[in-house]
Design a protein around this ligand. Structure first.
Ligand SMILES: *[C@@H]1O[C@H](CO)[C@@H](O)[C@H](O)[C@H]1NC(C)=O
Ligand SMILES: *[C@@H]1O[C@H](CO)[C@@H](O)[C@H](O)[C@H]1NC(C)=O
Ligand SMILES: *[C@@H]1O[C@H](CO)[C@@H](O)[C@H](O)[C@H]1NC(C)=O
Ligand SMILES: *[C@@H]1O[C@H](CO)[C@@H](O)[C@H](O)[C@H]1NC(C)=O
Ligand SMILES: *[C@@H]1O[C@H](CO)[C@@H](O)[C@H](O)[C@H]1NC(C)=O
Ligand SMILES: *[C@@H]1O[C@H](CO)[C@@H](O)[C@H](O)[C@H]1NC(C)=O
Length: 392
């Protein structure tokens, strides 16, 4: 059963520490949340902005065929029943889709939502009635922690898909905690864990107690950027152009080089290590893997030798499940972060294994859980910056 704190948060007290549960063999990270008095687990997603749960009697739709199938095929946790504190917003609908083909449709309204020690009396949320969803068997929805411009409420009745849908932007839950003064510092911190028995810690209002998470003293600090405008900081702490938590990666040190900044003798013009610098990447806890530009992805996966192969029919780098995974690092804010070889081989349900680093194609780069498992990630919305420290 999920651990739920129902104590009202008193500003000025401690940071609210929320224990994370992991699912799908450490590939998905969940937080306990309550809608009124109904407890759920929801996927912690820094790459989207809506907080929603699935409603009783929802229709489950197959992602591949679009046909209706049994609710169990969507593999949700408990379903939201009803609550006297929920108020539907009339003439709006909820319609969100995610990168992997999942689509959720339903209604929006206000509900009392409790996350950690913090109760948000009237949070706009989505309730889902139609779901094309690949669930993990535990979670009932998503906790969307990104900026308002990515919210998914639209004007009009949900049946009315003919009209041009006008987005009805709203304040996501963490932004609302800030604007309503419910937390002391405008910060949340994520420390997801490789160890499946303890999924890690999400902290609202500051950093976790150092007794709970062990991390280094040196923080790499980088501004949160506007996606598509590299090196451009937002115009204000809550720039309306902010979408995802977007930062710049300085580069990818050649694993052959003894020092990341001094060129080594091996770094001859013949070196095949690509010189890719200053690229934007989205910090996304809702994505399991890392997605990087093709030259970098190819170079990193080539470190597996013949144990990694790219399959163009499914656009995926597969690896031998028993391969010896390489070490490599990326540089953020002048600091190198080593990706743990343990996180570089991910086994799928069918038993095959994929590499922790995949091609971003022409889309943006994403640093998902394979990266986040190595760091304490501080999302400092107040200062419009992110800070990362290496975790032990
Ligand atoms: C919740 O807040 C209370 C005081 O308001 C504090 O004593 C308690 O430690 C907090 N719990 C967590 C998990 O942060
Ligand atoms: C949901 O949005 C998509 C476009 O993103 C649209 O094609 C679809 O008709 C919408 N569905 C409903 C039920 O409004
Ligand atoms: C709360 O976070 C701040 C930094 O954001 C930190 O200085 C402080 O020690 C944290 N408090 C607790 C009780 O962990
Ligand atoms: C962006 O912010 C950083 C500090 O967070 C600062 O050093 C840099 O000069 C800023 N860049 C621009 C273009 O404003
Ligand atoms: C690393 O060095 C070895 C031997 O010097 C060389 O064969 C290999 O191509 C180099 N790898 C990269 C990525 O530069
Ligand atoms: C990996 O090693 C295990 C035993 O350590 C063996 O049972 C399995 O067949 C190997 N898998 C592959 C793909 O080589």
């Amino acid at each position: 059963m999920a651990l739920i704190f129902t104590v009202l948060f008193i500003p000025g007290s401690q940071n609210s520490t929320i224990p994370i549960t992991s699912a799908v063999e450490g590939q998905v990270f969940l937080a306990p949340i309550a809608f009124a008095d109904e407890p759920f687990l929801v996927v912690i997603d820094t790459g989207s902005s809506d907080t929603w749960v699935v409603r009783q009697r929802f229709a489950c739709i197959s992602i591949t065929t679009g046909l209706r199938e049994g609710q169990d095929q969507c593999a949700f946790g408990p379903q939201y029943v009803a609550s006297s504190s929920f108020t539907e917003i009339p003439d709006q609908n909820f319609n969100v889709s995610y990168g992997d083909g999942e689509v959720l449709i339903g209604i929006v309204g206000y509900e009392e939502v409790c996350l950690g020690n913090v109760t948000v009396p009237s949070q706009e949320v989505g309730l889902v009635d139609i779901a094309a969803w690949n669930g993990d068997g535990k979670s009932s929805g998503i906790l969307g922690l990104a900026y308002p411009s990515l919210t998914s409420a639209y004007a009009g009745d949900e049946q009315d898909s003919e009209q041009d849908s006008v987005e009805e932007e709203y304040e996501p839950i963490f932004i609302r905690m800030i604007t309503h003064g419910l937390i002391e510092q405008q910060i949340f911190t994520l420390a997801i864990s490789r160890d499946e028995s303890s999924g890690g810690i999400l902290t609202l209002g500051g950093l976790p107690d150092p007794r709970d998470v062990v991390y280094g003293d040196d923080f790499a600090t980088v501004p949160i950027e506007v996606l598509g405008s590299p090196q451009m900081n937002g115009s204000s702490r809550f720039d309306p152009d902010y979408t995802f938590y977007t930062i710049s990666i300085d580069g990818f040190p050649n694993p052959n080089a003894s020092s990341s900044f001094a060129p080594s003798p091996q770094e001859s013009p013949h070196s095949r290590w690509p010189n890719v610098t200053n690229i934007q990447a989205v910090i996304d806890s809702g994505t399991t893997l890392i997605y990087l530009p093709y030259p970098v992805t190819k170079a990193i996966n080539s470190l597996f030798g013949s144990q990694a192969n790219y399959d163009p029919t499914v656009d995926t780098w597969f690896v031998d499940c028993n391969a010896t995974a390489p070490s490599w690092s990326l540089t953020i804010g002048g600091q190198n972060f080593n990706i743990n070889p343990l996180d570089m081989i991910i086994q799928g349900l069918d038993g095959s294994c994929v590499s922790g680093v995949q091609d971003a194609f022409n889309g943006f780069s994403i640093l998902g859980d394979v990266f986040l498992k190595t760091v304490l990630a501080v999302f400092d919305l107040g200062n419009a910056e992110m800070r990362f420290a290496t975790r032990q």
